[in-house]
Design a protein around this ligand. Structure first.
Ligand SMILES: Cc1ncc(COP(=O)(O)O)c(C=O)c1O
Length: 396
């Protein structure tokens, strides 16, 4: 059998690869602590589960429209108005099998071969693969920990060419945890106003997990609204990764194109999960705040432990559930007879010597960094970072 050339362009996500390897070692009896996890360790709040049961009992078990049920889209509409100050009609909203599908829909609907797509780095691993799949050209905009991994308006403008079609970014950011402030986004918008051919995908899936800051949606700026796809979902903030519900709001022309594309591959999202999504978005939010607070104390604990490691550069992320330290001080160091040449090799060294699974920043376009997820218990965080500390001290 000969597979298509197209499928060869798809590279397995390194985060999934690391999770898989850690699982295999665990199955072999190794005491692995995984900090490579990209999902909340909490179960879905009870009120949301209950609304799913009720929906099944009411017989909401049939196909739904490709765009999503009207009631769920109305809940999304209300959420976007209340939380993000953006007013969309229900025809400007599409529900998908996770935010991942929403982004893929949009990339497939917007990007032609040769189009340039700006990706402030570090970026979520799936963006470049999606852009490559569409034939687009990824243009990475590098950043450093010193600027909290943020791209200034000036730098953004220097990367825009007549071929730039799109910019895709997440704020709060996976992997860096950085959150763009209102003034930073307004400065970007001023630049983008001068370049009306550039469209924006704003991935806001970590919006509910922020610390002492308020996320700001670029589509809430009136001059930008027609040029932005606002993507969000239930996975992270509501601990609903397995329910597979994401959504996108944007200009009706784009939503119609996404409807066509999604209609081809998967149709409407799960009916029960959409019913539960209504409760998630407009029901009691106390569980969300509870989880957020726990993430915050874990973030602080991990920061305290990481800053004790000599050579590691650590910042103070404002959102998501990741620390993203710079490990350049360890590149070139030796253990036994081998040299650590890059962050990938450092992660492998830490997996084999500290029994801690992490993800190399290389997967996210930041080759001198590593990602540590704190979506796990405080006890595991303490133990994992102590092991990392010890293993790093052994390098010379
Ligand atoms: C930045 C970012 N966007 C989108 C997604 C996809 O979310 P979903 O599970 O809703 O497909 C993820 C999941 O890891 C993510 O980190």
């Amino acid at each position: 059998m000969k597979l298509s050339k197209r499928i060869d362009t798809v590279i397995e996500s390194q985060t999934l690869a690391m999770t898989k390897l850690a699982r295999t070692l665990k199955e072999k009896g190794k005491d692995i602590i995984s900090l490579s996890i990209g999902e909340p360790d909490f179960d879905t709040p009870e009120n949301i589960c209950h609304s799913a049961t009720q929906a099944m009992k009411r017989g909401e078990t049939h196909y739904t429209p490709v765009l999503g049920t009207l009631n769920f889209r109305k809940a999304i509409q209300q959420k976007l108005l209340n939380d993000n100050n953006i007013s969309y009609t229900t025809d400007e909203i599409i529900v998908s099998n996770g935010a991942k599908q929403s982004i893929f829909n949009a990339v497939m609907a917007l990007v032609d071969p040769g189009d340039e797509v700006l990706l402030p780095a570090p970026f979520w691993v799936s963006y470049p693969s999606m852009v490559n799949y569409a034939g687009g050209v990824c243009v990475e905009i590098p950043t450093t920990i010193e600027s909290n991994y943020k791209v200034s308006a000036e730098i953004l403008e220097s990367y825009i060419t007549p071929k730039t079609k799109l910019i895709i970014y997440s704020s709060p950011c996976n992997p860096s945890g950085s959150v763009m402030s209102e003034s930073e986004i307004r400065a970007w918008a001023e630049v983008l106003e001068r370049h009306p051919h550039v469209f924006v995908i704003s991935d806001e899936i970590y919006e509910k997990i922020v610390y002492n800051t308020k996320p700001f949606s670029i589509a809430s700026i009136p001059s930008m609204k027609d040029r932005v796809a606002t993507v969000n979902g239930l996975a992270k903030g509501y601990a609903m990764t397995g329910w597979r519900i994401g959504y996108m709001a944007g200009p009706e022309k784009l939503i119609k194109a996404c409807e066509k594309f999604q209609g081809l591959i998967s149709s409407g999202a799960n009916s029960i999960a959409q019913a539960a999504g209504i409760e998630a978005l407009i029901g009691d939010q106390s569980a969300v705040e509870n989880m957020r607070k726990q993430f915050e104390s874990r973030k602080n604990l991990m920061a305290e432990k990481l800053t004790q490691i000599p050579g590691l550069k650590v910042n103070n992320p404002d959102g998501a559930f990741y620390h993203f330290p710079d490990v350049s001080a360890f590149i070139g160091k030796r253990h036994s007879n081998s040299v650590i040449n890059n962050a990938d090799e450092l992660c492998m060294y830490l997996l084999e010597n500290a029994w801690v699974a992490l993800v190399s920043g290389d997967a996210f376009g930041a080759k001198n960094c590593i990602r540590l997820s704190y979506a796990t218990s405080e006890q595991q965080i303490e133990e994992a970072v102590s092991r990392i500390h010890k293993a790093l001290l052994q390098l010379n």
